[in-house]
Design a protein around this ligand. Sequence first.
Ligand code: ISE
Length: 356
Amino acid sequence: MLSREVQEPMSSAGSDLRVAVVGTGTMGLDHVRRLTARTKGARVSAVVEPDQRRAESALALTGGAARWFASLPDAIESGAADAVLVASPGVAHEEALHQVLAAGLPTLCEKPLTMTTEAARRIVQHELILEKPLIQVGFHRRYDSGYRWLHELVRSGDSGDLLALHCRHRNPSLPPGWDDAMLVEDAAAHEMDIVAWLAGDPIVSVEVHKARANRLTPNGVHDPILLLMKTATGVLADVEINMNFQAAYQVSTEAVFEQGLAETGRPFTGERVVDGRAFQDVDRTYVTRFVDAYDAEIQDWVNAVSGSQDLRGATAWDGYRAVMLCEAGLEAQRTGTRIEVPDEQAPEFYRIGGSR
Ligand code: ISE
C-alpha cells in the first residue's frame, strides 16, 4: 500500500541528502543502518555523539563515510549536513530542536518532542515564525501499512463513523531502567498519537487504571496499566500497556464502527508448518515489528526534504499534543482521576501534508 505511495526520488549519490544523525542508541544506530543501506537518495554524513567510543560503532556502519562531531552546533557549523535526524534521549531534544530551527535545517525528531508541554510549546512557537514546518516527529506507526489502511477506512466512511478503539501495546520484558512514568511517557505516547490520528480529532481526556500487578515485573513497577482516552467527538479508546508480557512484542488496534469492525496488527507475522506441527512466528521487538514502517517513514521524509515538498508525517504540533497528553496521563496515573486536556485545533500552518 505505502510502497506505491512513497515515490523514489530522482537523485544520484552525488546529490544525496546529507543527514546528520544525533545520538547512537537503539534508534540512532537503526537509522544509521537504514540510511546507509536501504534509504534511496540519502546518506549519513555526520554522527553527533559526545562519546567518541559510542560514535565509532555508528561511524563503522557508514563504512567510514560519515564524520564525527561531539556536538550538534559543531556539525551545523561545519556545513556537513542538509538535514538532521534527532535520536538522542528526550532530555536533549529541546536544545537540539531550537538549534536546527535557527539553522533552517529540516529535521526528523524521534518522540518525545520534548520533556514538558511548556518546552514543546516553545518549539511550536519557534517554528511558527518560519515559512513552513521543518520538524517531523518520529511517530512511525503512521507509516505502518496496517495503520494506514485503518486510517483510510475511517476517512472513507465505508463502515460508518468510528466509535471506539481497542489498543494493545505489549513488550516482552520491561526494558532496563524503566519506571512507572515510562509506561505512560515512552509506551503510551505512541497510542496518544495514533488514536488522535485515526480518529481525526484531538484527545480531550485521559484516565489510567492499574490492572492486577504482574509479580514478574521488576523494580516495583506497576504493570500492566489500562488507559481510557476520549476524543473531542466522543471516540473512546481503551489501551493496554503491558511492558513485561514475557511472550512477544505485540501492537494491535481494533476499530469499532457503526457498521462492523476492523483490526490491524494481529499478533502473528506468519505461519509455518514443519514436521507435522504448525508454528506461528511472532515479533520480539519493535525494531522488527515496525521495520517496514520505519523504512517508509525515513524514505518519505528524505523524499519530501530532497524535493522541497511539505512534510507528511507527524508535525511538531502533533508532538506537542502528545507531550501534553503524556503529562495528563502521568497525573492520571498518580491521582487515579480523569484528567481533562484542552481541545485545541492545530494552527493553519500545520494543516498541510499528510498529518491531518
Ligand atoms: C518503546 O519505548 C518505543 O518507543 C517504541 O517505539 C515502542 O514501539 C515500544 O513498544 C516502546 O517500548
